[in-house]
Design a protein around this ligand. Sequence first.
Ligand code: T1G
Length: 696
Amino acid sequence: MTAINDVTDLSKDGDIAVLTLNSPPVNALSAAVRDGLAEGFRQAIADDSVKAIVLVCEGKTFIAGADISEFGKAPRGASLFDVQNAMENSPKPAIAAIHGTALGGGLEVALSCHYRVAVPSARCGLPEVNIGLLPGAGGTQRLPRIVGVEKALEMVTSGQHVPAKACLEMGLVDEIVPEGKLRDGAVAFARKVVAEKRPLKKVRDSNEKVEAARGKPEIFAKFRKDNARKFRGFLAPEYNIRCIEAAVEKPFDEGIKVERELFRELVTGNQSAAQRHVFFAERSVWKIPGIPDDTQTIPVNKVGIIGAGTMGGGIAMNFANAGIPVTIVEMQQEALDRGLSVIRKNYENTAKRGRLTMDDVEKRTGLIKGSLKLEDLADCDLTIEAVYENMDVKKDIFRKLDGIVKQGAILATNTSALNIDQIASVTKRPEAVIGLHFFSPANVMRLLEVVRADKTSNAVIATSMQIAKKIGKIAALVGVCPGFVGNRILAQRQREAQKLMFEGAMPWDIDRVLYDFGFPMGPFAMSDLAGLDIGWIKEKSHGATIRDVLCEMDRRGQKTGAGYYDYDENRNAKPSPVTEKIIKDFVTKSGVNPRQISDEEILERTIYPMINEGAKILEEGKAIRASDIDIVWINGYGWPVYRGGPMFYGDTIGLDKVLAKMKLWQAQMGDAYKPSALLERLVAEGKRFQDLKQGE
Ligand code: T1G
């Protein structure tokens, strides 16, 4: 065996050369890997005793793509294109041996080989779209030549990982070899190719599938139409589609030129920078300073939920979905029965959509037991209180749980804003108390705010993060403060939306600006969807606010066919002259002269105070890092991923711009707009949130 470089070695199995990559964690195509591939292929081709070349990887996966951390830096090492040309033009058969996930540049390298073999558990994909890119090493030109245009469009715009069996059926892989015997299987396959004198198959020369789509623009028109909603605001999906169109309309080398041009545009643009930021943010959010990965955790084999309402029921489903038995406690039989029937109906609806079998439904509902007695939670490893937001009620429940639940168990609250230190203070085990703030609907929303209280132990924090991952959430560890991280920042946007309405903007103007920014819907449409009467008390309502007047007119949102908007029978919203008049009357009564407010001001006024609040959260230590705040807002509130989250967006537009506006508004409208000290410091030092070391 010859070491080519630190991450590559070349050996021979008889007359078959085996080039092995070993560059943890995922054999990404770093400069060293590309150099190793180039030199390894050169040596194998030059060695007359070698009849074929197998490329295989050590570790958990075949090459999982370009090294994303290298983007934006000066290129070093062999070019990927040169490596691919050496493989494709090799006079000896080149075989890629795939395990784990051959993704992005990894699959593109494999497609430059003449053949591909894989173990059954392997998967292949071109997920560049998820980081705002497109396959920039020939993937958009080679993939449709193998799998056809429709499948290629689906794969490059979804980033899906295709299992080996399906890859074999589509021709992406030529043979499946036994699990755990990849290297031997690949060498045996190479021997077969040599013995049978099989041709040196170049994917680039296989044109029938792309030619079959030539002159059929309807394929692309339909695909764009069918996916318009999903792709709204993103550049990468559309650019991927254009590359596949080029593969159909142009010769290979011309198509490659289109691919490189569009790739270059994306990789230097803000959207990909944002989505690459999120890629790494989704991984760093799990890292907690002072709590190492090997912290002893508490096994969670049984979960107790107090409250079978919307939140309690949704939370229970998360654990049942992960195969963890749940006991859900209510005070009244009728409420318990209602809660359990809502759970069953949710599962049955999912089964109707074909995403669960009825057997799954029975299994999961079978894991959720109802009870009217807190005593039935005595043996739970984790209990989660999910009753309504009243401190006295929560304290009463925690006092009781403290006397019932076994020692060593975790006592969690789902409160969305109340002070968890106060809740913990009524128990004898404050170290066991933590916040697990789920977002409604709890069985759907991916975000979980894990709220550490002053006395919460490391084991309880580590266990909470671990169980969050197990139930498929993305968890951010946050501190106790009003609204924690997500809702505290939301309060800024809500206040500004209301204020702008009193200054002359209409709800539909504000919603449109935020919808066009990339949110799934604006604050007023969201209020109509949730219902304007949340927390509204009819008997105490006397027209004090616009919301009160609307509710008093029974305009309580979508459910009553009218709220801020008027709704038709299909719940399509349109601006309401009734609401407009109510607003104008209020503005007149308040003595304010309404003014024309630009879209730019609406966006700045709603977004910049959010960024400033995020800076305050950081300086108070209520979030570990700026990118955790981005993760909260992307996964809990629909912040468009192609803008990276509020803190990344602040960096993108320039913190000096944010600071200048906050200062202007503070002078005009008071200290609610006072810039955070951290924002002032970063601007003074010419730094960005991204430059902060975590916990700084
Ligand atoms: N580059 C750099 N680092 C990467 C990486 C990559 N492509 N993929 C993973 N990592 C790091 C990750 O940050 C983490 O680091 C560790 O590896 C384990 O990752 C030219 C331009 C492969 C399915 O988009 O989908 O090719 O936190 O926790 O859950 O056309 O990683 O340990 O320090 O995710 O087992 C295209 C991205 C790139 C694949 C494994 N490829 N990666 O999942 O581990 S662009 C991708 C993944 C490209 C070409 C274009 C997943 C995984 P740390 P992990 P995992």
